[in-house]
Write a protein that binds this ligand. Structure first.
Ligand code: IMP
Length: 195
């Protein structure tokens, strides 16, 4: 069976690079068309936002598309930043500003209370309206200080439970074995192979 070609909704090079590694041999990713307007991500949850992006790109390109949405849930912040993970410190916040806001908001919160998880929802959408959907979660905690240079976003402060105490930003490709995105897109890859 030929490898499926999917137009990828994300224009974030950090995310696209990770997805390409996880889907290697399972799907070929095509950049989204030039001139495609940004999709307003105003859904209530990760699945809504992933679907908004997948449907918009599928309709614009007229081809099967793939989109994902990720959120970081921190228990001591009642699940924030969640769907607001990209703009936690403001609309145009940098990764570093978002990390600093998390650390400031958790100031004084002890290690045992810093539990958190990343969740990803990944959706493949076909022009006839069919859909494949996969979820990935990784449990962990928020470190007291940033460590590591790899990855992106909140990686310097996220320590997965199943690792050796390193942050995602200290791990390199080991991140994909454990991560929310690795789990969601591996599952999606198996679904594509069976579809
Ligand atoms: P998005 O909606 O999937 O683009 O993700 C929202 C935000 O969550 C991003 O802007 C990053 O700040 C953060 N994020 C997403 N995925 C990861 C990850 O794998 N590691 C760390 N931060 C991430």
């Amino acid at each position: 069976m030929p490898i499926p070609k999917l137009v990828i909704a994300s224009a974030n090079p950090d995310k696209v690079a990770e997805i390409a590694i996880v889907l290697e041999g399972l799907a070929v990713l095509i950049p989204r068309p030039e001139g495609m307007p940004d999709v307003i991500e105003d859904g209530d949850d990760l699945e809504d936002n992933a679907r908004l992006k997948a449907v918009a790109v599928c309709e614009f390109a007229g081809k099967p598309s793939v989109a994902d949405d990720t959120g970081l849930e921190i228990d001591a912040l009642n699940g924030a930043p969640g769907v607001y993970s990209a703009r936690f410190a403001g609309v145009d916040a940098t990764y570093q500003q978002n990390v600093e806001k998390v650390l400031t908001d958790l100031d004084g919160v002890q290690m045992g209370q810093r539990t958190a998880r990343f969740k990803t929802v990944a959706i493949v959408r076909y022009p006839d309206g069919r859909e494949l959907i996969a979820n990935g979660t990784v449990e962990g905690h928020i470190a007291q200080n940033p460590s590591g240079e790899e990855g992106f976003g909140y990686d310097p402060i996220f320590v997965p439970v199943e690792g050796d105490g390193s942050t995602f930003a200290q791990m390199g490709e080991e991140k994909h074995r454990l991560s929310h995105r690795g789990r969601a897109f591996r599952q999606l890859g198996y679904m594509l192979a069976e579809n």
